[in-house]
Design a protein around this ligand. Structure first.
Ligand SMILES: C[S@@+](CC[C@H](N)C(=O)[O-])C[C@H]1O[C@@H](n2cnc3c(N)ncnc32)[C@H](O)[C@@H]1O
Ligand SMILES: Nc1nc2[nH]cc(C(=O)O)c2c(=O)[nH]1
Ligand code: SF4
Ligand SMILES: [Mg+2]
Length: 242
């Protein structure tokens, strides 16, 4: 059976981001990313610091670990990374989860296509704004969005852009106008991904959230959007595995 590079498995927790925010879920975080965003809060998946924690696991191993942590108390699994879309053989895990009647959510940045995108119940595509210092390949993103637009209507897709500054906001508007039929989320960027001072972190994040909401309220172009915090950071700060 084919193996997958897994950096961490955790939960049950709540999905802190995007279209299913608040959803009780388990997490599977894969290793490796084709990007290196300047503010990545999961850089241990790609900068070498998480190498010793990465285990090669097959789908059954992952399922056993999920059951060990969550028992019968979950029906939803979120796959994130790194970029899980680097893994062609991730379909082995997605198929097994489906067999077990588990809903599958997946987070990716929209830089790579995989055919198993069609099988994800809640697919979040999160193209990266200028502050990340990554460059969006809009040809690739166009192709991905065009393909998933024809997904079975019980499967959902959304776009989520993280915002740190005015330039990011302009980028988000461009993405919004380019894909007008895809549910669109703006997410507050966390500028301090290392602090352990949660009170100060939350104060800063709340200010940033208000700043972003004020911009959207005043904006006559961004009408059908949802503005969200990264909820888990308001609860648990920069802690890993929550
Ligand atoms: C760690 S990434 C992994 C999945 C995939 N590589 C991606 O970027 O979509 C998961 C989500 O966290 C967001 N994220 C990463 N660092 C962040 C930060 N400092 N503040 C807010 N969101 C962040 C990403 O934009 C993405 O939407
Ligand atoms: N609770 C919680 N929600 C999340 N939503 C997206 C996450 C991610 O790192 O991809 C994440 C995470 O790490 N924790
Ligand atoms: S694409 Fe996602 S995992 Fe990769 S560096 Fe950017 S935020 Fe981090
Ligand atoms: Mg995270």
């Amino acid at each position: 059976m084919s193996k997958l590079p897994v950096l961490e498995i955790f939960g049950p927790t709540i999905q802190g981001e995007g279209m299913v925010i608040g959803q009780k879920t388990m997490f599977v975080r894969t290793s490796g990313c084709d990007y290196s965003c300047s503010w990545c809060d999961s850089s241990f998946t790609w900068d070498g610091t998480g190498k010793d924690d990465t285990k090669m696991m097959n789908a059954e191993d992952i399922w056993e670990e999920l059951k060990g942590l969550g028992g019968d108390g979950f029906s939803f699994v979120t796959i994130s990374g790194g970029n899980p879309a680097l893994l062609k053989n991730l379909n082995s895990l997605i198929d097994l989860l489906k067999e077990k009647n588990i809903k599958v959510c997946l987070e990716t940045q929209g830089s790579k296509w995989q055919d198993w995108f069609f099988d994800i119940d809640e697919l979040t595509i999160s193209p990266k704004p200028p502050s990340s210092r990554m460059e969006t390949d809009f040809d690739v993103l166009d192709t991905i969005i065009k393909r998933v637009a024809n997904k079975n209507s019980e499967k959902h897709v959304s776009l989520k852009v993280v915002i740190f500054d005015d330039q990011d906001y302009e980028y988000a508007k461009k993405v919004y106008h380019r894909y007008p039929n895809v549910p669109f989320f703006l997410q507050v960027g966390n500028e301090d991904i290392t602090t352990t001072d949660n009170e100060e972190l939350v104060r800063g994040l709340l200010n940033k959230y208000e700043w972003l909401i004020d911009k959207v309220i005043a904006d006559h172009e961004l009408t059908n959007v949802k503005v969200l915090p990264q909820l888990h950071t308001y609860l648990w700060g920069n802690k890993r595995g929550v």
